[in-house]
Design a protein around this ligand. Structure first.
Ligand SMILES: Cc1cc2nc3c(=O)[nH]c(=O)nc-3n(C[C@H](O)[C@H](O)[C@H](O)COP(=O)(O)OP(=O)(O)OC[C@H]3O[C@@H](n4cnc5c(N)ncnc54)[C@H](O)[C@@H]3O)c2cc1C
Length: 301
């Protein structure tokens, strides 16, 4: 069944990689094997989704894997990887940028700076793709994708192109209207004119804050939990005495308690056990349920 599917995907121009270790495609460096489908254009992506639909084959979507926890036993369904094969970035007019979904956020922020466009500095240093950032409404230091996305071209579950405006995307905190099965193919970003030197110096300042505050020397998926209304997840975890707490190879970072780090040999099971332990401890001590921001996919998820 999969053999025929993969043959058709290859015939359509996609690259198919079977039994890829997801640990090599996620910032956590965790996860078993999966089959990756790599389109190199919007047309190929749409064709791939149509082929999946014809075979009634469910699938996942992967960007830079920086917000994902993948099961140790891997992922049964094929994964459409919006990779650097789909990462073109271009100036659309004097204040809008068009980018394919696989472009790195930091690269697009850098491109904006080079064109003296301000408004995207917040995204510099977030290690995701544009597509993943739209899905998650990624944000930092007072900015978020909701504030800069004008519209997005999305492939729906039938392989049809949809043009979604900022309103259609219905952004809220770490949320958008993009459902499982929909794929962000390209995004139009609207910025304002600014001074290149000022833009670059603000980007460097934000990057320095990341380096100072975040355990960037360890694999992680960034902040594990969403910010509960009126609180900071990291502060609650720290106040619960959990800094440094470790299960297997997964530990609460000493530098930023909102991060779980992989100390070298962490498994998905270690991270899930640690997440449950943190949630139970924080609930017991402060009566607050920490909701996961990172997404767990794969067998058993
Ligand atoms: C060190 C570190 C720091 C971080 N700092 C921040 C931060 O400051 N702010 C913040 O918001 N996040 C932060 N993150 C989390 C992460 O970088 C963001 O959530 C990012 O937007 C995820 O993008 P991605 O391409 O890696 O998505 P992935 O992790 O690959 O996927 C995340 C979700 O988006 C979906 N997806 C990905 N691409 C597409 C696409 N093209 N179309 C449809 N669905 C897609 C996936 O199916 C999945 O559900 C951090 C992570 C790390 C490791």
């Amino acid at each position: 069944m999969k053999k025929l599917l993969f043959q058709q995907l290859t015939d359509s121009g996609c690259i198919v990689l079977t039994d890829e270790k997801m640990a090599e495609h996620t910032s956590f460096r965790i996860g078993g094997a999966a089959d990756l489908i790599i389109p190199n254009s919007v047309e190929q992506l749409a064709a791939a989704v149509k082929i999946m639909k014809k075979h009634e084959m469910p699938y996942h979507v992967l960007g830079k894997g920086s917000n994902l926890l993948v099961s140790d036993d891997g992922i049964e369904e094929p994964v459409i990887w919006i990779s650097s094969e789909m990462s073109d970035v271009a100036l659309l007019d004097d204040h809008c940028i068009e980018t394919l979904g696989g472009a790195r956020l930091s690269y697009v922020a850098e491109f904006a700076a080079k064109n003296s466009l301000t408004g995207m500095e917040f995204a510099y240093g977030i290690p995701g793709s544009i597509g993943g950032a739209v899905v998650m409404n990624a944000g930092a230091y007072g900015g978020e994708m909701a504030g800069i996305v004008k519209k997005a071209t999305v492939i729906d579950e039938n392989g049809e192109l949809m043009l979604l405006t900022n309103d259609d995307l219905d952004f809220s905190y770490r949320h958008s209207s993009i459902r499982d099965g929909m794929v962000v193919a390209s995004v139009e970003i609207e910025l304002q004119h600014g001074d290149e030197d000022q833009i670059r110096s603000y980007m460097q300042e934000l990057q320095k804050r990341r380096v100072d505050k975040q355990p960037l020397q360890y694999p992680s998926a960034g902040s594990v939990f969403k910010r509960p209304e009126g609180f900071f997840a990291g502060k609650l975890i720290e106040d619960a005495g959990l800094k440094g707490y470790q299960i297997g190879g997964a530990a609460v970072s000493e530098k930023h308690a909102g991060f779980i780090i992989n100390k070298g040999d962490a498994t998905c099971a270690d991270v899930l056990d640690l997440i449950r332990f943190i949630q139970n401890t924080v609930k017991e001590k402060f009566g607050i349920l920490l909701e996961c921001e990172i997404r767990h996919i794969g067998r058993g998820a």
